[in-house]
Design a binder for this molecule. Sequence first.
Ligand SMILES: Nc1ncnc2c1ncn2[C@@H]1O[C@H](COP(=O)(O)OP(=O)(O)O)[C@@H](O)[C@H]1O
Ligand SMILES: [Mg+2]
Length: 1043
Amino acid sequence: MPLLEDSVGVEDLVLLEPLVQESLLKNLQIRYEKKEIYTYIGNVVISLNPYQQLPIYGPEFIAKYRDYTFYELKPHIYALANVAYQSLKDRDRDQCILITGESGAGKTEASKLVMSYVAAVCGKGEQVNSVKEQLLQSNPVLEAFGNAKTIRNNNSSRFGKYMDIEFDFKGSPLGGVITNYLLEKSRVVKQLKGERNFHIFYQLLAGADAQLLKALKLEQETSLYAYLNREMSRVDGMDDASNFRAVQSAMTVIGFSDEEIRQVLEVTALVLKLGNVELSDEFQANGIPASGIRDRQGVQEIGELVGLSSEELEKALCSRTVETAKEKVVTALNITQAQYARDALAKNIYSRLFNWIVYRINESIKVSTGEKKKVMGVLDIYGFEILQDNSFEQFVINYCNEKLQQVFIEMTLKEEQEEYKREGIPWTKVDYFDNSIICNLIEHNQRGILAMLDEECLRPGVVSDSTFLAKLNQLFSKHGHYESKVTQNAQRQYDHTMGLSCFRICHYAGKVMYNVTGFIDKNNDLLYRDLSQAMWKAQQPLLQSLFPEGDPKQVSLKRPPTAGSQFKNSVAILMKNLYSKNPNYIRCIKPNEHQQRGQFSSELVSSQALYLGLLENVRVRRAGYAYRQGYGPFLERYRMLSRSTWPHWKEGDRKGVEKIIEELSVASEEAAFGKTKIFIRSPKTLFYLEEQRRLRLQQLATLIQKIYRGWRCRTNYQLMRKSQILISSWFRGNMQKKRYGKIKASVLLIQAFVRGWKARKNYRKYFRSGAALTLAAFIYKSIAQKFLLGLRNSLPSTKVLDNKWPTAPYKYFNTANQELRQLFHQWKCKKFLDQLSPEQFEVLREKLFASELFKGKKASYPQSVPVQFRGDYIGLQGNPKLQKLKGGEEGPVLMAEIVKKVNRGNGKMSSRILLLTKGHVILTDAKKSQAKTVIGLDSVAGVSVTSLRDGLFCLHLTEMSSVGSKGDFLLISDHVVELLTKMYRAVLDATQRQLPVTVTEEFSVRFKERSVAVKVTQGPGGGRDSKLSCKKKGNHGLEVTVN
Ligand SMILES: Nc1ncnc2c1ncn2[C@@H]1O[C@H](COP(=O)(O)OP(=O)(O)O)[C@@H](O)[C@H]1O
Ligand SMILES: [Mg+2]
């Protein structure tokens, strides 16, 4: 069922046709030659060691396998790691990855690939990265101390390793626990030809600088050390020096302190130096052989290195204290025993150091939090070993592999078939080899080989490897998987390969012959107490802590558990652990014995394929169903694929599952319904289901997201709305409150003003604020009073013409003062008028007219004012002669005086008497005393007068009058103002006409059909004397000068 068309052979052996051993081998070979080293049997990965770097690893491949499902890409360890990791994450099932195969088949490489894949795909972050780093860096450290070059593998793990990586619920690594199994410690003191000791020794010598070497008291040359094989100090393609630096930095990353690293290296150096302690044959005084140290220098240096007394060490190496209940007996060791003791010490120190390193790494990577963890276990344990000479180590190694095979059988073959039976699925049984009989042979608590071995070790009396063998022979004489010389002989078989001291076990992977020599010793794994006590006394804390039993206070006579039983127990724990997890298999196959690329040894692969049970695996797989799950979990996982089962289903799990399968129209042969589980035949169907689920989950996620987002927006909106309403209501309320407060304050203010104003108005009188006005008014009044009283007391004289008046004491009395003055003046005038007689009154009236006519016009006017108008200047009253001049004229004579008449022709003057009556002006020659000219006032048209002091005036007559024909009169009067005033009044009275009085210096005088232009000028005298001189100027001109 490979999805890739261009596949080489078949990628999954389940598809192999015909299914026989040959075709299986052929398929693997074709693929191997095309560098397709991985092949599936269902979900089991078969891996052939390519012995070359293939371009199928690294980040881009990891990324690819992470994104595709198991069958979509070429078979790969990454695919398996991905399935395991995803299943751990999604289905919450602890996983274990079981990597099996012979030494050099590629197990350790495979485990590293798994680890690197998981490290690359699991979570990120500072914390996670540091955990990952620690987990990954544990590898180089463990490899340096636990790996060695063997004939089969340049980097062979000489210990078994099981590592639990622990994850949190998100799938991020939290830490881990490493369990190590049975380090091949014999390698410390002895290696086969062509092999090496553990890497660390070579690395230390090659990589340490001179200073470190000196501190550790070492020389760089490996050949100087007895424990390092002199022929094989270098391995091709392995740089010990740079590896040493890598180990050191890895230790730092894991968390080893510098001090710890130093102590580890010191103990490592100690082992090397111990190998160089040469022992010599000696004899005690009584001739009993003893041993001694040949070269004290070495012991000395060891003493200095770890803080031990060299005598003590020497004693411990060469003698042994046997303690009985009563006494302590010290016996000397002969050279063989001493060498054995020395080597035992070296092996013990080294293996304990290795255990300590594992313990120390675990301290760093262990998970301290108590949170629920998911676990992925990776088991990389030494593979099945068949050597030339197989000893105790091979025995336990093979036992362990036997157990793993059992796990495989139990979990894949047996369990699977039994499950079909249980579930009532029609099934034709597939035969496979069940190895529990072999497991029993070895591990049975009472009758197993390991139990026998322990029994022999504990048994009092003479015990040896051969007594142990005899016991086995006796017990298993009839056992189908056990044989030895004795049992063969009993069955009359002849087998020249079988050694006398050997027994053979038919393992699932083939027959292996073990030599019992050393079994007892190795099982006892005893270290003389003298040695452990000596080590405990070391000042170096690490070394001391490696030998807790050396503490004299801790002395216990109880035997420590034997190596065999220890191993059995740890295997039992491991098995329990593995059974609790979901297994994922990587079965490593070694294509050739020579570590050669491209070489495919059919024979070798065939034998491995056989014992790995690959064919049976394929058969079961083909007949069976790739996947099964309880109805409950299945429904839970896929219920969203059907509308009927999502989101609620009430009719039972099985019905629900049937509904889903029906709706998805899965072919009927693809699914079978067991009693409690559904079985899916091909992975394709499962992947189809998974894909559908993935798509549906996306839809659902979108749906949930949609609803959630909607809900979030809605609640958010509602919250905002609520808040907005609340805020605006508060705001509005607050605004209104403020406004109300303002209005209220204003109203109160206005009220207060009004009230205040009212109150003040009402109470003004009571308040001092009015006092100022009252005072001011009072003061004003009193000042005015004072002023007026003062005025009364100091009134000026009542004479009308006295214009004196006191000035006001204050400016603001000015107007009043003026008015008062005016009043006073008027009052004076009135008083004055009141006391006047009518005649006097009349006089004043005349004066008033005079003022109207001449004031400001005529220069002689001011002189006339104080002079009384007498009217009669010629004494008319008492002179009847003159009275006659008046003629018959009724009424008084208003004015009588002597005037001068100017001759208009020559300017000569002649006196005339002038009388003014109510109707006439009468001019009479004074000498002739008879009337000469009478002029009716109605004939007078107007008067011209000069502005000067003179008395010249011209009487203009109307032309139509009788006198008019004589022309106008040019006269000079001494009282011209009085005369003209009286004339004006007489004209007014007589004719109701205002006589035009013209003040002028130039006027014309009519004179008999012609007129004379008179021009009056002021003479040099200024007219003071009012003397006139007239001069004729041409026919029509008369010039008058006033002197
Ligand atoms: N996938 C692989 N790619 C390249 N070389 C490999 C691969 N697997 C194994 N090898 C080679 O084979 C050698 C032995 O592998 P290893 O994993 O140490 O075997 P095992 O642990 O089974 O004894 C490695 O040192 C390496 O050179
Ligand atoms: Mg290995």
